[in-house]
Design a protein around this ligand. Structure first.
Ligand code: SAH
Length: 245
């Protein structure tokens, strides 16, 4: 999944304040992003940028400078335009978290760009025309414009969390045994039912609602075959090894 974050580039369009470029580099490094593209920055390189980067200098040093947004995104298959404002024309809008999930769940991911606008005027409609989706950070509607580096921080955080969760999910699913089939589960429930009667926990005539509740507990956990084997082993022991099914 680390590779996934490497395919995501942050594109800043005509940034006025070099300090903001440094702040963006720092936010990116915090979130394991390292592809920075600068479209016609006002002042760059700059001591202000380096000082605000606070140790993320290598991202600044490797930043690619482009003359146009088209150039910065030419090899990307998915482009998001981050915008604080509602637009009169309707672009499909996704919240930052939805964008991150979209990127992370895309199996054939090639390069992805997330484009951020100018501090004073954001992105033009022509620039947004180059984007597949508009990205919105949900916030106070009466004060919706975040500082540029803060906006990159929030988006980077969502990307980081989404990619970590994806990795964890992959690990969990790859290490797990096959999930129990509904037939295996039914045999387990029959066995449980019988064992609970055998040990005197419940009466056969009054077992319905308890069994329904027990099913709910086990169904929530999505048992795998090994786990069903273990549980049935316990049931057998509780029955004094009577049931050898
Ligand atoms: N004054 C500008 C906003 C500039 S903020 C305007 O009216 O558009 C600089 C950039 O940060 C924006 O262009 C956008 O890319 C990003 N940004 C700031 N707040 C945002 C938000 N709430 N949602 C998405 N992007 C945001």
């Amino acid at each position: 999944m680390a590779n996934l974050l490497k395919k995501i580039r942050i594109v800043l369009v005509e940034t006025s304040h070099p300090g903001n470029i440094g702040g963006v580099a720092r936010a990116m490094k915090n979130m394991k992003l390292d592809q920075l593209y600068l479209v016609s920055p006002n002042i760059f390189p700059s001591a202000d940028a380096t000082s605000r980067a606070s140790g993320a200098d290598e991202i600044l040093a490797a930043a690619k400078i482009c003359d146009s947004l088209q150039e910065a995104i030419s090899d990307c298959t998915l482009v998001f335009g981050a915008s604080a404002r509602d637009r009169t024309l309707s672009w499909p809008v996704l919240a930052a978290r939805e964008c991150a999930e979209k990127i992370v769940s895309d199996g054939n991911l090639t390069n992805v760009a997330i484009v951020f606008g100018r501090e004073n005027s954001g992105l033009t409609n022509q620039e947004l025309d180059l984007c597949h989706f508009l990205l919105r950070i949900p916030c106070n509607p009466a004060f919706s414009s975040l500082n540029l580096a803060a906006a990159v921080q929030v988006v980077g955080y969502e990307l980081f969390v989404a990619s970590e969760q994806r990795q964890e999910h992959k690990l969990l699913t790859s290490e797990r045994e096959a999930l129990a089939t509904s037939q295996q589960l039914e045999l387990f429930y029959q066995h449980l039912h019988q064992a609970l009667i055998d040990i005197g926990f419940m009466h056969p005539d009054k077992s319905k609602s308890i069994m329904r509740r027990l099913r709910r507990i086990y169904n929530r956990t999505r048992l795998d075959t090994k786990e069903v084997d273990i549980l049935r082993g316990i049931l057998r022991m509780s029955q004094g090894n009577k049931c050898n099914e």
